[in-house]
Each structure stands twice: as C-alpha cells, then as structure tokens.
Design a protein. Structure first.
Length: 432
C-alpha cells in the first residue's frame, strides 16, 4: 500500500506539471485577477486596494492574503520583481464553445513569453498545496476506512481533473483546499483517540490551527466552523476540556485576527463581495429552490469543466467518475448506522453539508455561480464517504469481497489517472 500511495503522489505531481504547462495563461477562472493581486503584492509590498472609480485594481482584492504572501515570497526568492503579462480581454468569448479564449494572444510575443514564464512560476508554487491535499486525503481515508478501498477513495478525488486544473492555476483555491484537508485529517485523528487513557492534545491544536489558516487563505474556509463545533460538542460530552481549549484557541485567535484585518482594510468586519449583494434576497433563494440545474452544474464542474467553465470533457468520459459518486452516496447512508466508523462518516457529512450550504448562500445572496471548485475544500469528506461506501459494499457484495487487493489498488490508480490524463489531452487539443 505504501508503494501505491507513493505512486499516487508522483502521478498527481506529474499531472500537475502537465496542467501548468498546457493551460494557456489566463484561461482558468479569474486567473488574471489573481495575477494582478500577486503582482501588486510583489511590486509594492502591500495588499491591493479595492477597485474604485478612477482607481483600477483587481476585483480579487477582497481575498485574504495568505496564499498570495506565500507565492510572493517564493517568486521573490528566485528574482521575480513584477508580473507584467499583457492580458487583453477577448470580446468574443463564448461560454458555450470549448477552446474559446477569455484573453487574446498578446501582440508582443517576446513579452508574452517572458511574462508567461512568471505566471507559470506562480502556478508552480501551488505544488505545495497540491501535495499537502493529497497527503491529507490519504491519511484521513486510511483513518476512517482502512484497507484497499482507502487508496481507491483517495485516488478518485486526488486525481479529479478539475482539481488538478484549478491547482495548476494562479488562485487561492489550492491553499484553502490544502488547509481544509489538513483540518479534517486532524479532526479524524482527534475523534479516533476516543477512549484512550491519555489522549494527545496535538490533533486538537492542529485542527484549530489549520482551520484558522484556511480562513486566512479564503473566506470560504468559514465552513470549517461546523465540523469544529461538532468536535467541540463531542469532546464536551466526554468532559475533555483541555482538548477543547487546544482546538478552539488557535481557531478563534486566527479568526479574530482575520476579522481585525478586514476592519483595517475595508472598514467592516466582513470582506465585501466582488459583485455586491443581490438586491432581492428572496429571488436568490427562490432560484436555489426552483432551478435544480445548479446541481448538475456543480457536479460537472467539480469533475471536469476547463477554461472559463466553457470546456467540459466529451460526455462519455464522465462515466469514469460515476463509481466515485456512487460510493459517496453509499457511504453517506452508512454514516447513519450504529457502528464505530459511522462517527467519522457523520463528521464528513457535517463538513460537506456546511461547505455546500455556504456555496448555496453565496449563490443566492451574492453571485449565481454554481462552480464545483467551491466544493474542493470538502475533498477529504467526499473521499472518506467513498471509502466508507467501499468498505460497506465489499462486506455485502460477494463479488467485491473476492477481488484481489492488488487488483483493487491497480484499478484505483489507473481509472482516475486516465480521467486526469483525458482532461490534460483535452485542454491541449482545444487550445491548439
């Protein structure tokens, strides 16, 4: 199993490199705006201001700074002093045509090549977040559902084409996904210590720390308050108040500093959304309830919808992701049973529900964007539910129980890798 896990990490890293090199500069959601944020930070050593009339800025200026500070430090270490890629918007961008570009190829080819290398250098900094996410996936699923199925569950989500594509773009999604994944791994370790004579406080401290850092990476890290609250309730029932302190103190401290930073930057405790609030909250909620098409949009763009969400894979290839979806559904049902593994399943469902709920609130109140990448912070809960689903299914279905574990491991690596490779080749094809 250890060799198979190492292969998974290497495959994910190699595919990441492929997506970095193949995806044209700017042809990922909001990449240009994230590059402008990073460039401002590199040149001026300060966070960008909000855009105002007569003073243009990036519309991503409201984002927390952690991911950008890390990328800035890495780029400065190799001598990058500015990123001046000439982004020229394409007025003929078609969201229904694969390969239609958001940005036109620059006229100055020499400038484009030189500055394009810097953008790809910024993409490279996300490799750290990718590796942390994959590691946390493997460890968390191994805790919740040990056995051959753990590799299958981790691989399905670690090699999701859209996850690799977004990780290989300039953004802060990769960082919040990494810290969220590490938070769930720590929470699972915390819960698994139940009944030990002298349980360690380290899992609690790490869970609080990682959850706070997720919030400093992207505001959507706020959803981690739900599984943290469930863990607090779990510990309170066992009167383990020292571990409650070590869980809550770093989380509340970092959350308080985040609120203070917002107050200093924006004059309010809460960061302003880039598009402004919907004037009709009732209408936004009504759309969530009466336009179920967002479910399909979230699902398709979670697995593979490249470019500016205008380049889905050929439809038959989505069959590669069906087994993982079925296992998540099966695992969700096992979470309600009275068995030891069900507790971690309930933690996974709590995290997933909180993440989805936050996405729906954003869609209803801020901007109608059913994008699957918003669910990447729940990669660990999804993988854990898939692992529990496989564990229960293989115990009930004789054919699955008879499969050689080595064959299961081979399939676990091969099928997701084919899906990710298909995405890479598709991007290379449509952007020729």
């Amino acid at each position: 199993m250890r060799y198979a896990e190492l292969i998974l990490v290497l495959v994910a890293a190699l595919l990441f490199v492929g997506y970095v090199m193949v995806t044209p500069v700017g042809e990922a959601p909001d990449e240009a705006a994230h590059v402008l944020y990073l460039d401002h930070l590199i040149q001026r050593g300060e966070l960008p201001p909000l855009p105002t009339e007569g003073k243009p800025s990036t519309y991503e200026a409201h984002q927390p700074p952690l991911a950008y500070l890390y990328s800035m430090a890495a780029l400065r270490a190799v001598g990058v002093e500015a990123i001046k890629y000439p982004f020229v918007s394409n007025p003929d961008l078609d969201f229904f045509t694969p390969g239609s570009r958001a940005y036109l190829p620059p006229e100055d080819e020499t400038l484009a090549i030189r500055e394009g290398r810097k953008v790809r250098g910024a993409r490279w900094t996300n490799l750290l977040w990718l590796l942390l996410s994959v590691w946390a996936l493997l460890r968390a699923v191994q805790i919740a559902a040990p056995g051959a199925g753990s590799l299958m569950a981790a691989s399905a989500f670690a090699l999701a084409p859209q996850f690799l594509f977004i990780s290989a773009s300039v953004n802060n999604d990769a960082a919040v996904t990494a810290f969220s994944s590490l938070t769930f791994w720590s929470l699972f370790k915390l819960v698994r210590q139940d009944g030990q004579a002298n349980p360690s406080v380290w899992p609690a401290w790490l869970a609080g720390l990682f959850a706070g850092l997720a919030l400093w990476s992207k505001t959507s890290g706020l959803f981690l308050l739900a599984p943290a609250a469930l863990a607090t309730f779990f510990l309170a029932r066992r009167r383990e108040f020292s571990r409650i302190f070590f869980l809550c103190f770093p989380l509340l401290m970092l959350a308080g500093l985040w609120l203070f930073l917002n107050l200093m930057r924006f004059g309010s405790w809460w960061p302003p959304p880039p598009t402004g609030f919907s004037p009709d909250i009732g209408l936004g909620i009504l759309r969530v309830l009466t336009e179920p098409g967002w479910i399909g949009s979230l699902g398709i763009s979670f697995w593979a919808k490249f470019g500016w969400l205008n380049a889905p894979l050929p439809l038959p290839l989505y069959a590669l992701f069906a087994p993982a979806c079925l296992l998540v559904a099966w695992g969700s049902l096992t979470a309600f049973r009275r068995q030891p593994s069900a507790l971690l399943g309930r933690f996974a469902l709590t995290g997933l529900a909180a993440n989805l709920g936050l996405v729906l609130v954003y869609m209803a109140l801020v901007d109608w964007q059913p994008q699957g990448r918003y669910l990447f912070p729940s990669l660990v809960p999804l993988a854990v539910l898939a692992g529990l689903g496989w564990q229960d299914a293989s115990a009930r279905v004789r054919l699955l129980a008879r499969l050689d574990p080595r064959l299961v491991s081979l399939i676990s690596l091969t099928v997701p890798a084919l899906g990710a490779l298909s995405g890479l080749l598709w991007i290379a094809t449509i952007y020729r």
